[in-house]
Design a binder for this molecule. Structure first.
Ligand code: NAP
Length: 242
């Protein structure tokens, strides 16, 4: 078995997750590059990182989450850091939002909770140490027009961070959130120019963030930050301070 500590990054084939995977590999982790639809990109990224490997799972499907955790056990035998990064957004004014859109967002939130539970039971509680980093969002704190299910899910993720931090502090397991503001990824690429300009007017730093700027904070929590527990660290160019 490898000497490297093992980090699982969900949704690691692109965007913020890919930046987290690269940065954690640079910090000496063996990275499990989780992906779903972007399997080819996930395999490619894993091939570029030392001792990394890619695993595919739809986190909305509990059986696939079970299989993901089993595969990590077989391939790596341990899990030191879990970065719950995978996210899905649906945009529509609430009266127009379809129940299926709500369900897609809620199913991923459920899968994130289930993956966390399994990671704790199978690895971190036995190892008596671990780090869990939840990628939430500024909009879970300030709200956002047209994203009501997503904002609910992200506020819930920060509440999960706080509950787990209390449950797990005595087990040497640290749980924190990183809440990005507006970051240049596929998720924000579809924003119309007008919406983008409106957002930037509210960001004191006057620009969107990069995935690497989020990954830096994730790496801090994964490797240092030994007295940070149950916190939400905002990475948003000054848009909101908590
Ligand atoms: P992105 O480019 O849209 O990527 C989303 C990721 O989530 C993809 O890797 C995707 O995997 C994965 N994913 C979605 N549904 C999944 C499912 N059912 N099962 C497994 N994986 C699934 O998003 P991003 O901008 O990098 O965002 C990453 C995280 O940061 C998300 O949680 C997002 O909510 C949060 N965030 C982003 C911003 C922003 O401005 N970009 C701001 C605040 C918070 P596949 O492609 O392999 O399916």
């Amino acid at each position: 078995m490898s000497e490297r500590p093992v980090a699982l990054v969900t949704g690691a084939a692109r965007g913020i997750g890919a930046a987290c995977a690269r940065t954690l590999a640079g910090e000496g982790f063996r990275v499990v590059v989780h992906c779903n639809a972007s399997a080819e990109a996930g395999e490619k990224l894993a091939g570029e990182l030392p001792e990394a490997f890619a695993l595919r799972a739809d986190l909305a499907d509990a059986a696939q989450v079970d299989a993901l955790v089993e595969a990590i056990g077989e391939r790596a035998g341990r899990l030191d850091v879990l970065v719950n990064n995978a996210g899905v957004v649906r945009n529509a004014p609430t009266p127009m939002m379809k129940l299926g859109d709500y369900d897609a967002v809620a199913a991923l939130a459920r899968g994130t909770w289930y993956l966390t539970k399994l990671a704790l039971r199978k690895f971190m509680l036995k190892q008596k140490r671990g780090r869990i980093i939840n990628i939430s969002s500024v909009v879970g704190h300030v709200g956002n027009r047209g994203q009501s299910p997503y904002t609910m899910a992200k506020a819930g993720l920060d509440a999960l961070t706080k509950s787990l931090a209390q449950e797990l502090a005595g087990r040497d397991i640290l749980v924190n959130s990183v809440a990005p503001g507006f970051i240049e990824t596929d998720m924000t690429a579809e924003l119309p120019d007008e919406a983008r300009a409106r957002i930037l007017e509210r960001v004191p730093l006057g620009r969107m963030g990069t995935p690497d700027e989020v990954a830096d904070v994730v790496a801090f929590l994964a490797t240092r930050g030994s007295y940070v527990q149950g916190s939400v660290i905002h990475v948003n160019g000054g848009l909101y301070g908590g």
